[in-house]
Design a protein around this ligand. Structure first.
Ligand SMILES: [Zn+2]
Length: 473
């Protein structure tokens, strides 16, 4: 009860509060942007609360924490693109997202030479430009002047995670990945690794191009399950030798998951993430004869056979995988993927697909509603574990003292995902026409409504850059 005699800012009554540990019908009071009380009946506060919301029949979920996005920052030509994607996150039930600043996200050449410069630049250009809270995991790029010496200061400045790519032209050489793991681990940070073997991938791409196999579907054929599995295995060995935490991003197949599970079972401090596209879609998308349609699913790693999709769901349920994040890239068919229509070879077409707005839709709709995972496990996968693992101590759970990042979710609503209904900056969704159960109704970030009854409340700038604590927990 209120100790100062005044009521709470917000009282959410009658919903089913879902946490990773369990669900119960409960009232939630919010004060000063934080969760104040979670009790069976806070009806006595209703008269003095500034606002009372009836959540009867709804789930009250902690806002999703999407730790994998390539959200583009504002540019002169597209001044709204960061804000617009942050708003799309809110519409989807995500109240905190992490962005990478790799080339292609609007980061400058200076940010590609220095991690420190990249962090400073990101904070400057995103200030007051997000609807929800956000943070940065800087990319450690192979072309940086000094790849590793800035890492300890980054951790101390509230940026405890960083990402290394084993492939692409900004790849980090293996010895630097090893050192980055060690340095971050010693300081309370954690390295994230894109695991694909560069030797196998480069050889397959070169061979395909040489044979004239240049259309988008050959992108997938050049990125084998084996290339992902062997890279994952190697990174597990690096993590074991350095005794450092490591996070495997966008794991797509059973073979890689087995290496992760084996390492975890023997004490390696590793977590794995998969993404909604690997849970919803399969490589059948690459049978599409239209290269433009194929290019929509050009992602790395690529979509896999149905057996891998099913194995990933089982891995999420069993605990071999620890979280789901989107790998959001707001590519547009008309722009970044435009080369597909003109016959440009696949190695020169942007990799990625949008997803920042559809995380909860897919994980609830295709996971919880179908019985593949429980709703409590879902909350753990999209909120609680990502928050803990990435050093967001105030996020990811509904309990007193945490930020009041809350989603009111209708578990019975049925809808069809359509690009026309989405808010992201992409011009398509890979989930066009997918029917799902469940719909986001209202979204609160630190107690303030950002989406209310399905409508934005125009809160540009409410989202804050979050300085994080230790990661890898
Ligand atoms: Zn990514």
């Amino acid at each position: 009860m209120a100790v100062d005699g005044t009521g709470p800012d917000l009282l959410i009554r009658g919903g089913t509060v879902v946490t990773a540990a369990g669900s119960r019908r409960a009232d939630v009071s919010v004060r000063g942007g934080a969760i104040d009380l979670v009790e069976d009946d806070l009806g006595a506060m209703a008269a003095t609360a500034r606002e009372v919301l009836d959540a009867t029949g709804l789930l009250v979920l902690p806002g999703c924490v999407d730790v994998h996005t390539h959200t583009r920052v504002a540019s002169d030509d597209e001044p709204d693109r960061f804000y617009q994607d942050s708003l799309a996150a809110a519409f989807g039930g995500t109240t905190t997202f992490l962005a990478f600043n790799n080339p292609g996200t609007g980061s400058s050449p200076a940010a590609h030479r220095s991690i420190r410069a990249g962090v400073d630049e990101f904070r400057r250009v995103t200030a007051n430009d997000s609807a929800v809270d956000f943070a940065l995991s800087p990319a450690i790029l192979g072309g940086m002047d000094d790849r590793l010496s800035e890492l300890p200061a980054m951790v101390d400045a509230g940026v405890p995670t960083a990402k290394a790519f084993m492939v692409f032209d900004f790849r980090l050489p293996a010895p630097s990945i090893f050192e980055a793991l060690r340095i971050l681990g010693e300081r309370g940070g954690m390295l994230e690794v894109h695991c694909e073997d560069p030797v196998l991938i480069d050889a397959a791409v070169a061979s395909a191009l040489q044979h004239g196999d240049t259309s988008p579907r050959h992108h997938a054929a050049t990125r084998s399950v084996e290339a992902e599995a062997v890279a994952t295995h190697r990174v597990m060995a690096f993590a074991r030798a350095t005794e450092a935490p490591v996070h495997v991003v966008h794991l797509s197949c059973a073979a890689a998951m087995r290496h992760l599970a084996e390492a975890r079972a023997t004490g390696v401090r590793a977590t794995g993430e998969t993404c909604p596209h690997y849970l919803a879609l399969t490589e059948a998308r690459y049978d599409e004869p239209d290269p433009v349609e194929c290019a929509k699913s050009m992602i790395s790693p690529p979509l896999r056979p149905a057996a891998d999709r099913d194995a990933l769901w089982a891995g999420l349920a069993a605990g071999d995988l620890s979280l789901v994040a989107t790998d959001h890239v707001a590519d547009r068919v008309a722009v970044e993927k435009g080369g597909a229509a003109r016959g440009i070879p696949f190695d020169r077409i942007s990799n990625g697909a949008p997803g920042i707005e559809t995380l909860l839709s897919i994980v609830y709709g295709l996971g919880v509603a179908t019985g593949r995972i429980s709703r409590e496990r879902m909350v753990d996968l999209v909120a609680t574990t990502p928050a803990r693992r990435f050093g967001l101590a105030r996020k990811g759970a509904i309990e007193p003292g945490r930020d009041a990042d809350l989603v009111l979710f209708d578990p019975e609503a049925r809808r069809t995902i359509r690009q026309a209904d989405l808010h992201h900056t992409s011009d398509y969704t890979p989930y066009e026409g997918v029917e799902v159960t469940g719909a986001v109704r209202s979204v609160f970030v630190r107690g303030r409504a950002v989406v209310r009854d399905g409508r934005a409340t125009d809160d540009r700038g409410w989202g804050r850059f979050v300085e994080r604590g230790s990661a890898g927990g």
